[in-house]
Design a protein around this ligand. Structure first.
Ligand SMILES: Nc1ncnc2c1ncn2[C@@H]1O[C@H](COP(=O)(O)OP(=O)(O)OP(=O)(O)O)[C@@H](O)[C@H]1O
Length: 307
C-alpha cells in the first residue's frame, strides 16, 4: 500500500475544522510491519478509519491510499469497500476484541458465518473450515462453543484475530490490538501478529501507543504528533542506535519505564487550533523562533528544523 499526502479533517459547527490527520505519506510492502505510534488523540485511529472507509459523515479527506492493485481506498465507493475491500483486501484486528465480537453468539457461529461469507464454503465443509481458521490464530477448538464473555482477554484477542485472518487479506490493520492486555499477553499477541505478517507475506499496519509492542513487531516506525507524521525510521535504528531524531520521538522513548522514565512535559495541542509553526514547539526544549513560525516538512524521514 502506498499512502500519499493523506489528510482528514472534520467539519465542526460555526465553520471550524479539526485537522485530525495532515499530509501522511508512507509505503508498506508485502511482509513488512509498520508501527504508527503516538499519544492518544494524535490521529492514529482516524487514519485507520480512513483506510477502511469508515469515517463519519462530517469528515473530509484528501490524498490517496493505493493498494498494490491500484485501488485507491479513499476514492472507492461504499459498495466496492463493502464487497471487495473490508475483510478481503484489508482486514482489521480491532481494539478491544471483546466489544467487537457479537456477545450473544458463540465463537464457532461467528467464525462459520465469516468463513461462509468471505470464502463461499458451505456445510458440511464449513465446520472444518471454521476450525482451521481458529487454528491459524491459535484459538483452541475446545473453546469454540463459548460465548465472548466466557473467554479470557487473550482468547478474545485470538478469536478477533482469527476472524480478521479468514479472508486472507494481504493487508492487516491492527488498531491498538494490545490495549487492556497484561504484559505477557501483549508480548504473545505481538509475536503472533508478527508471525502472521512474516509467514504469509502480508503487510501489517500496527496502530499503537505501546512502544514495547511496536519494538517487538515492527520493521519500520512512523511517529505521529498532532495529526502529522514527524519521523519515519527503520525499527532497529529507532529503538537501538542511533535512536530517534525528532525531539518528540526521543521524548516518547525517554518516557518508557525501562528507559529514563521522564514524561514529555506539557500536553499536545488541540487539533482544532494548531499553532502556525511546528506543533511540538511549545513542548520542545530546542525550539527557537523559526520553529514557532515555520512548520518543518518531513525531509529524509524527519520533520524538525534542528534534527
Ligand atoms: N467525528 C469526529 N468529529 C470531530 N473530531 C473528531 C471526530 N473523530 C475524531 N475526532 C478527533 O480527531 C482526533 C484524532 O483522534 P484519533 O481517535 O484518531 O486519535 P488516536 O491517536 O487514535 O487516539 P486514541 O489512541 O485515543 O484512539 C482527536 O482530536 C479526536 O477528537
Amino acid at each position: 500500500m502506498r499512502v500519499e499526502d493523506l489528510s482528514v479533517r472534520f467539519r465542526m459547527p460555526a465553520g471550524r475544522y479539526v485537522e485530525a490527520v495532515t499530509g501522511a505519506t508512507f509505503a508498506l510492502a508485502p511482509g513488512e510491519a509498520l508501527a504508527l505510534v503516538g499519544e492518544s488523540g494524535c490521529g492514529k485511529s482516524v487514519l485507520a478509519s480512513a483506510l477502511l472507509g469508515l469515517l463519519p459523515g462530517n469528515a473530509e479527506t484528501a490524498g490517496s491510499a493505493r493498494l498494490a492493485d491500484g485501488l485507491d481506498l479513499l476514492a472507492a465507493d461504499e459498495r466496492t469497500l463493502a464487497r471487495t475491500v473490508r475483510g478481503r483486501r484489508v482486514a482489521l484486528v480491532p481494539q478491544s476484541p471483546a466489544a467487537h465480537l457479537t456477545p450473544v453468539r458463540t465463537i464457532r457461529s461467528q467464525l462459520e458465518e465469516t468463513v461462509r461469507e468471505l470464502t463461499g464454503i458451505r456445510p458440511p465443509a464449513l465446520r472444518a473450515a471454521a476450525e482451521a481458521a481458529a487454528g491459524r490464530a491459535a484459538f483452541p477448538a475446545s473453546h469454540l462453543d463459548r460465548h465472548p464473555h466466557e473467554l479470557s482477554g487473550g482468547l478474545a484477542q485470538r478469536a478477533a484475530t482469527a476472524l480478521a485472518l479468514v479472508g486472507d487479506a494481504p493487508l492487516l490493520l491492527a488498531d491498538e490490538p494490545t490495549t487492556g492486555l497484561d504484559r505477557d499477553l501483549v508480548l504473545r499477541t505481538a509475536d503472533e501478529l508478527r508471525a502472521h505478517t512474516r509467514a504469509d507475506g502480508r503487510a501489517l499496519l500496527l496502530i499503537t501507543h505501546d512502544l514495547a509492542a511496536a519494538e517487538r513487531i515492527a520493521d519500520t516506525v512512523a511517529v505521529m504528533y498532532a495529526g502529522r507524521i514527524v519521523e519515519t525510521a527503520p525499527a532497529g535504528a529507532f529503538f537501538g542506535s542511533p535512536g530517534p531524531r525528532h525531539p518528540y520521538a526521543r521524548g516518547l522513548l525517554d518516557a518508557l519505564p525501562e528507559r529514563a522514565f521522564t514524561p514529555v512535559p506539557g500536553a499536545p495541542p488541540e487539533l482544532g487550533a494548531l499553532p502556525p509553526g511546528c506543533a511540538f514547539a511549545p513542548r520542545c526544549a530546542a525550539a527557537d523562533p523559526l520553529c514557532r513560525t515555520r512548520r518543518p516538512a518531513l525531509t529524509e524521514g524527519v520533520a524538525c528544523h534542528h534534527a
